[in-house]
Design a protein around this ligand. Structure first.
Ligand code: PMP
Length: 353
């Protein structure tokens, strides 16, 4: 604690992402895409790096917002972009959830939500998952006076996704505060709620280029919502940095959105590998939760999750292990290439005896 820090900084518990190791490991711990981004991304980066970087970016990111609006079939003024969906989540927490009442979230969810709640002095009301490890939408909707609702669909780290019909049931019940649906993993088998934003002005959908578009290194995310919500986000952004994303990110994002063939091919490969991996993990004695994401959440019938994590790590395979009550026997395994998953299974065969 330094005398220069503002009060309360010491108590903050920053989010710690999965470790970023040297190259020789198989990295299945931060849900990145194992495939390269669309080939057009490389071309655009080369062209732009030489010709356009002396200029400031477009403060409205018009071209990227238009490309996203076209992709999701929503009006142009329903789109906001930022430096990764984490940044947009931070803006949303500031813009919409400081009403002095609790924010409703699932108790097992993306671990950044509690970090932002703490940072912006927002009280959290955490709701346990149901017996099937699914986000309990009914409990979220039933809670009393609130500043808003936030959850991920599919949920992280469990992988289950609700249908749009289930989300609509919640949206019909909660109309007075923002319902934020984080769709970081939606492209791997779930359905985006973006089209619902035209009917529900309090629905904010947040997405990312980090997962299904293979651009985690660029830091590019987006939000889709009614113009009044987008304006709220712009109020925060403009007070912070009036340039939303840099020129390279904007061009890379557009190139990634344009190549639908590459997008579908990578997505289908990840889904096929996920289901093959599930079968093989089950054969090894793991209980694997259903997943519509690019990861599996699995626990072994008898072996300790922490020891399996350490055993894999020692052999150069990184997966995610959460040292949290109720979760400590689970491993979250990102879906890599088929070769990487073969090595994972062969290593687990040794560890599981
Ligand atoms: N939401 C969820 C549920 C995530 O798991 C992640 C990635 N860790 C993010 C948002 C953030 O994604 P990014 O900032 O890379 O867009």
């Amino acid at each position: 604690m330094s005398q220069f820090w503002s009060p309360g900084v010491r108590e903050l518990t920053p989010y710690v992402p999965g470790e970023q190791p040297a190259d020789q490991v198989i990295k299945l711990n931060t849900n990145e895409n194992p495939y390269a981004p669309a080939p057009g991304v490389g071309k655009v980066l080369r062209d732009y790096a030489t010709s356009h970087l002396r200029l400031y970016p477009d403060p409205a990111s018009t071209a990227l917002c238009q490309a996203l609006a076209k992709t999701y079939e929503v009006p142009d003024d329903s789109v906001f972009v930022g430096n990764g969906s984490d940044e947009i989540l931070a803006f949303a927490f500031q813009a919409f959830f400081r009403h002095g009442a609790p924010l409703d979230v699932p108790d097992i969810t993306y671990s950044f939500y509690p970090v932002y709640a703490r940072l912006y002095d927002i009280e959290l009301r955490q709701h346990p998952l149901n017996a099937q490890w699914e986000v309990d939408l009914d409990a979220l909707a039933s809670a009393g006076d609130r500043s808003g609702i936030v959850f991920a669909n599919p949920n992280a780290p469990t992988g289950h996704a609700h249908t749009l019909a289930a989300l609509e049931t919640l949206l019909r019940r909660v109309t007075d505060r923002v319902v934020l649906v984080d769709e970081a993993y939606v492209d791997f088998g779930a359905e985006s709620a973006a089209p619902l934003t035209e009917r529900y002005p309090n629905l904010l959908v947040i997405g990312t280029f980090s997962k299904s578009r293979s651009l985690a290194g660029i830091r590019l995310g987006y939000a889709i919502g009614s113009p009044e919500l987008i304006e709220g986000l712009e109020h925060i952004k403009d007070s912070f940095n009036s340039y939303p994303v840099d020129r390279l990110a904007e061009r890379a994002g557009i190139a990634a959105l344009e190549d639908t063939e590459h997008f579908h091919a990578c997505r289908d490969s990840v889904i096929a590998t996920r289901e093959r991996t599930r079968t093989r993990l089950e054969a090894l004695g793991f209980h694997v939760l259903p997943s519509e994401a690019n990861f599996l959440f699995a626990k072994h019938a008898t072996l300790d999750g922490g020891q399996l994590f350490a055993g894999l790590r020692k052999r150069g395979i990184l997966v995610r292990h959460f040292d949290k009550a109720g979760l400590s026997n689970f491993l979250r395994i990102s879906i890599g290439t088929d070769d990487e998953m073969d090595t994972l299974i062969e290593t687990l065969e040794v560890l599981c005896g």
